[in-house]
Design a protein around this ligand. Structure first.
Ligand SMILES: N[C@@H](CCC(=O)N[C@@H](CS)C(=O)NCC(=O)O)C(=O)O
Length: 280
């Protein structure tokens, strides 16, 4: 893109207008609660407060995988946090996550209850608590955590950068779309090269690294988010596609994708989950 910007930043930025685009109504430059609201609590050891966005789905996939393994202590109540309506700014939610973003977890089986926020921290907490999906040995564990942290650092470029400007911004601007498409394609190439020699992100074993990365990059290449398959030429990332399709077959993944979902086909919507029977 060439030309000069019509915008000259003021000396001090002020919050005097909405930023524009989808989600503009929830963006604000301050933290903390906007209203009093006690969070509901169910009967299970784990209380999840979330929504079926890619960050939320990581955790429900892991919980469903743990239950499928027979880890009954992973029974959970999944409560809906409607971020479009500002539920993340309620006082009870902010007590569990001072960062006001889903997902947030409260483990009431510990005394006192343990709060965990940030999806990566939740994945590691649950994997450690139940001794599954995270290698115990030092070196394989380091490899797995490296990919989990890779996702945490990379996905904001995909979601907050590419996804925002390609799918949600009020207009299509070439400069940010170019910049973030370039980075997302580089990230897809990182994944593709890794998956060329491995069935899963860390080797032969399916781990929390796959569960962290699939809802973003797997759903991007299979077309569930941003409708950008053609634009990003996702067909060329053959190993990522093979891996994504493999993971998508897993019944626990399919269940996890439906929990706290309020959009899409009626059969896929399970706004709250309190029992396995809620998932049919
Ligand atoms: N790094 C965080 C990101 C969480 C996040 O961005 N959550 C979004 C939904 S995908 C959210 O709650 N947004 C509400 C808001 O920004 O007010 C994590 O991995 O848990």
């Amino acid at each position: 893109m060439t030309g000069t910007s019509p915008y000259t930043p003021p000396r001090v930025w002020k919050w005097d207008q909405e930023s524009g685009g989808r989600f503009a109504n929830i963006n604000r430059p301050i933290a903390g609660p906007t209203h009093e609201k006690v969070l509901p609590r169910g009967k299970h050891p784990l209380q999840l407060y979330s929504l079926a966005t890619p960050n939320g789905v990581k955790v429900t996939i892991l919980l469903e995988e743990l239950l499928a393994l027979g880890k009954t202590g992973a029974e959970y109540d999944a409560w809906l946090i409607n971020i479009g309506q500002g539920d993340q700014f309620g006082s009870g939610f902010v007590e569990v996550n001072p960062n006001s973003k889903i997902p947030a977890l409260l483990d009431v089986s510990t005394t006192p209850p343990t709060r965990v926020f940030e999806s990566g921290a939740i994945l590691v907490y649950l994997a450690e608590k139940f001794g599954a999906f995270l290698p115990r040995e030092l070196s394989p564990r380091a490899e797995c955590l490296s990919w989990v942290f890779w996702q945490m650092g990379s996905a904001p470029y995909l979601g907050g950068g590419f996804g925002h400007f390609y799918a949600y911004a009020p207009e299509k601007w070439e400069y940010p779309i170019n910049r973030y498409a370039m980075e997302v394609k580089r990230q897809l190439d990182v994944l593709d090269r890794n998956l060329a020699g491995r069935r899963f992100m860390c080797g032969d074993e399916y781990t929390v690294a796959d569960m962290a990365i699939f809802p973003w990059y797997g759903e991007l290449v299979t077309g569930s988010i941003y409708n950008a398959q053609e634009f990003l030429d996702v067909q060329s990332y053959t190993h990522v596609l093979r891996w994504a399709r493999d993971i998508q077959q897993r019944p626990a993944v399919q269940r996890g994708q439906r929990v706290n979902r309020t959009w899409g086909p009626e059969a896929d919507r399970v706004p709250e989950r309190h029992d396995a029977s809620d998932l049919g």
